[in-house]
Design a protein around this ligand. Structure first.
Ligand SMILES: Cc1cc2nc3c(=O)[nH]c(=O)nc-3n(C[C@H](O)[C@H](O)[C@H](O)COP(=O)(O)OP(=O)(O)OC[C@H]3O[C@@H](n4cnc5c(N)ncnc54)[C@H](O)[C@@H]3O)c2cc1C
Length: 462
């Protein structure tokens, strides 16, 4: 509980209307996209870096946690007040400060919604590729803090690849700029890269310096349906072996296809094993050539149904399959435990076989889909937490899935971060020396442990 005088000081810093201790607001900011809830003591909505710095100064004096929060769509509990304290929401810092069409750069505040930014950029014939499926709600600050990725990752990389510099408020209150506003820069250690993906534990991002690309001239979408997961995976390998790098290459397993079809009635064959959605982009003539080639490779690879969209509306209809997956899975059970493992692309069939084995042994409902192109698979354990022991069973299954992922040379999180949900598992992937060094870095940045404490290294049971 924060003392009354602390609340008054917070109100003074951000303005009374931008500080709340009302129960309804506290509940609204007590959860994100994971099935957990922690009530903060207060929520503040600062307007700029100076106000954030003043909140942090107060936190250091009065020793309370500050938890940065953007859109609250995180999949690992990163914005939750696990030790109480003040949730600091960045949504009022929502300006696109500059969009430089000559140098292909932009400066934005962290509360800008990713999809809104993409629209503004595209109006100018430019392109910002990072495309988390949450782009309609998640903020660029949250994307930077989690190093969000999406289907475009295979060809264009992830959020980190577009950030050249940052302005941040450190957990000690100083406002600092990192990195560059140019295309290149190697002066000193790369603090920008350290802070990007640090899940709001090292600094609060108040400005982001981005690089942009010219917008591709055209794109084509193709759907291919297979009787076996292995032949779909081999087709993915053949496409890339043919030196074609699709802008998106997504797959759905049988359970996901079934759920989508029941939910949306899109005319998909329900009992089939795998479905690929492929997007190619670039200049018109090369996209056409590549599309013909991809259709041929899919047919040769065993696809019994290949559909190519000829208009934007048809393409959008195909992508509706991908968009429908998340909501459709709730038919299976009310609670989703969503892991985002990554394995080397060639190991996708192996990990899917192993997940199937775990699913059968634990008698769980598991649907997998994801980015076939970069090996990032979303494994969704659909559980009913009203059934005694179901969550514990799912937790054990997750541990086994991670073991298999690591044996295949993969990683336990490709884009959702560690937060609280994966914290108990990080020692499976990182060595003691790595964790010790990371803890030291955290202490240097944040000697009083006031910024988003209890995340990443938290080692109590899930
Ligand atoms: C339906 C759905 C689909 C999703 N799809 C994807 C996907 O395809 N790819 C993907 O990568 N993720 C995906 N996610 C996860 C989530 O959307 C991303 O992690 C996103 O980047 C979070 O942004 P946010 O603004 O909601 O951040 P929040 O959830 O508010 O915060 C996330 C983390 O960032 C920190 N943070 C937020 N703002 C700042 C700041 N200004 N400075 C420092 N730290 C900050 C928080 O403390 C927290 O640790 C999805 C989530 C949902 C619900």
């Amino acid at each position: 509980m924060l003392k009354k005088k602390v609340i008054r000081r917070l109100e003074k810093i951000v303005g009374r209307e931008n500080c709340s201790t009302c129960q309804a607001d506290l509940v609204c900011y007590s959860y994100d996209a994971v099935n957990k809830r922690f009530l903060p003591d207060a929520v503040v909505f600062p307007a700029n870096g100076a106000e954030i710095s003043a909140v942090i100064d107060l936190a250091n004096k009065e020793q309370f946690p500050v938890i940065p929060r953007g859109g609250g769509t995180g999949f690992s509990g990163g914005s939750l007040a696990v030790r109480g304290g003040v949730v600091l929401v960045t949504t009022r810092l929502n300006r696109i400060i500059a969009l430089d069409t000559e140098n292909l750069t932009a400066i934005v505040e962290p509360g800008v919604i990713c999809g809104d930014f993409q629209e503004e950029v595209e109006k100018r014939g430019l392109y910002y590729p990072p495309d988390p499926s949450s782009l309609a709600f998640s903020t660029l600050g949250g994307n930077a803090a989690e190093c969000a990725g999406g289907p475009h990752g295979l060809k264009y990389g992830v959020t980190r690849d577009y950030i050249t510099g940052l302005e941040v408020v450190l957990p000690t209150g100083e406002i600092m700029k990192t990195g560059v506003q140019t295309m290149k820069g190697v002066v000193g250690y790369d603090l920008t890269r350290l802070i990007v993906g640090s899940e709001g534990t090292l600094a609060i991002i108040t400005k982001i310096y981005l690089r942009l690309l010219p917008k591709p001239e055209s794109s084509v979408t193709i759907m291919a349906v297979f009787c076996s997961m292995r032949s779909s995976a081999e087709t993915v390998a053949s496409i890339i072996r043919d030196k074609i790098v699709p802008s998106k290459l997504e797959f759905l397993d049988q359970e996901s296809i079934r759920c989508v079809e029941t939910y949306r009635d899109l005319n998909l064959p329900k009992d089939t094993a795998a479905l690929l959605l492929i997007e190619l982009d670039g200049d018109i003539s090369s996209v056409e050539k590549q599309a013909e080639r991809v259709v041929e490779i899919c047919r040769k690879g065993g696809a019994f149904l290949v559909n190519r969209a000829h208009t934007a509306v048809e393409a959008d209809r195909l992508w509706e399959i991908r968009r429908a997956i998340s909501p459709s899975l709730l038919q299976l059970n009310p609670t989703k435990i969503n892991e985002d493992i990554v394995v080397p692309r060639s190991k996708i069939p192996d990990i899917l076989d192993r997940i199937e084995n775990i699913r059968t042994r634990y008698q769980l409902k598991i649907a997998t889909f994801g980015h076939a192109g970069d090996g990032n698979i979303h494994v969704n354990l659909m559980v009913d937490d009203a059934v005694p022991g179901e969550i514990e069973k799912a937790d054990k299954a997750v541990g086994e899935i991670f073991e298999e992922v690591l044996k295949l040379g993969g990683t336990i999180s490709g884009e959702h971060g560690i937060g609280i949900t994966k914290a108990p598992y990080i020692s499976m992937e990182l060595s003691e020396a790595e964790i010790a060094l990371m803890r030291k870095i955290k202490r240097i940045f944040d000697p009083n442990d006031i910024l988003n404490p209890g995340k990443v290294f938290y080692d109590s049971p899930r």
